[in-house]
Write a protein that binds this ligand. Structure first.
Ligand code: NAD
Length: 328
């Protein structure tokens, strides 16, 4: 049994706690949150012990895995505390707010004999996983162009509105489009050039929109768009990948979300195209983490991998700030 302590019982702390209930090999034993109302909520939801800080959590409980769900700017310090205590760690994306923080986290974790996984959850979304497999299996021939969208009208409701403070959250690029940047890196490998635009600084912090152009070393071009400024309506995501022999697409608003067509009009085989697995990707990523501990293997997303994604994403933030292309 893997005994888990969740740090931060906001949006993601609640999602993780719920996902952990469905994992037979995991047990949520304690929740740490700085806010007394959130602690009371965790107590009501799961009857678990609650404490007010990670230090207290690490002192008080015999836990195996620390699950860090605090705001991005706190990841490095909470990660360092968990390492000092010798725990396995799962940390929400982005790895850190800055590249320097991320690099220090990689240094701290090198040679560490416990497992560390980072919550790049799109890698666990069954539709995205099936499309990746189809592309890698050559179903659309050599991939050439990709386009992604992720967003909605609702600005994230964070603790003390921390998402609206660019210095704390990194805005829509670091918080939201990082999901697609990570997925595209997982599929296409290294990125060599980045160019980005954002409304950051031109409108209120609660209405941010961004687009990013990526050129991968393998020649693929990608257009990544993220929005906290959409028309009223549901949050949704789309993905399109065109290759020499056809294209595949995904649209989370559709009942048949995956579509594939070859250049001659025939179908493209994507497993799972008729139905998308009902398993929550948050359950799947935490199950992978728990299994990694029990099977003594690395989790799907390592610190090194998450740092590479952070580097590309912060290059986009930099490009949007300066108006210049960033070469990696
Ligand atoms: N993977 C995803 O789909 C996804 C979605 C949303 C957010 N996130 C990421 O998850 C992280 C958390 O985001 P969120 O939306 O849950 O934020 P949130 O503001 O909803 O929750 C943060 C929680 O941390 C608590 N907290 C603050 N400081 C603390 C401290 N020092 N010690 C203990 N608790 C403290 C707050 O009281 C709050 O309950 C962020 O890094 C965010 O980027 C990931």
């Amino acid at each position: 049994m893997v005994r888990v302590g969740v740090v931060g019982y906001g949006t993601m702390g609640r999602v993780h706690s719920q996902a952990l209930q469905a994992i037979p090999e995991a047990q949520l034993v304690v929740v740490a949150d700085a806010d007394p109302e959130r602690r009371a909520q965790a107590q009501r939801d799961y009857g678990v012990d609650t404490v007010s800080s990670i230090e207290e959590l690490l002192r008080a409980e015999d836990i195996d895995l620390v699950d860090i769900c605090t705001p991005t700017y706190l990841h490095e310090s909470h990660f360092a505390e968990a390492i000092k205590a010798g725990k396995h760690i799962f940390c929400e994306k982005p790895l850190a707010r800055t590249l320097e923080e991320g690099q220090r986290m990689l240094e701290l974790s090198s040679g560490y004999d416990k497992k560390i996984g980072i919550g790049h959850v799109v890698r666990f979304m069954p539709a995205y996983e099936s499309i990746r497999k189809a592309v890698l299996d050559g179903e659309i021939g050599g991939a050439a162009v990709a386009r992604t969208f992720r967003g909605g009208a609702k600005f994230p409701q964070g603790w003390h509105d921390w998402f609206a403070d660019f210095d704390l959250s990194g805005g829509v690029i670091l918080d939201l489009t990082i999901h697609d940047i990570d997925y595209l890196r997982w599929l296409f490998g290294d990125v060599e050039r980045v160019y980005a635009k954002t409304t950051h600084g031109r409108t209120t912090a609660h209405l941010e929109w961004a687009f990013i152009l990526l050129r991968f070393k393998n020649g693929v071009m990608a257009h990544v768009e993220g929005s906290w400024a959409n028309y009223p309506g549901e949050f949704y995501t789309t993905l399109e990948i065109a290759g020499e022999g056809g294209m595949v697409s995904y649209d989370s608003r559709k009942t048949q979300p995956i579509h594939g067509v070859s250049i001659d009009g025939g179908p493209v085989a994507v497993n799972g195209s008729s139905s998308v697995s009902a398993d929550s990707p948050y359950y799947l990523e935490l199950k992978d983490m728990v299994d990694a501990i029990l099977e003594d293997r690395p989790p799907r997303v390592t610190v090194e991998d998450a740092l590479a994604t952070l580097k590309v994403t912060l290059a986009a933030v930099e490009s949007a700030r300066t108006g210049q292309v960033v070469e990696l």
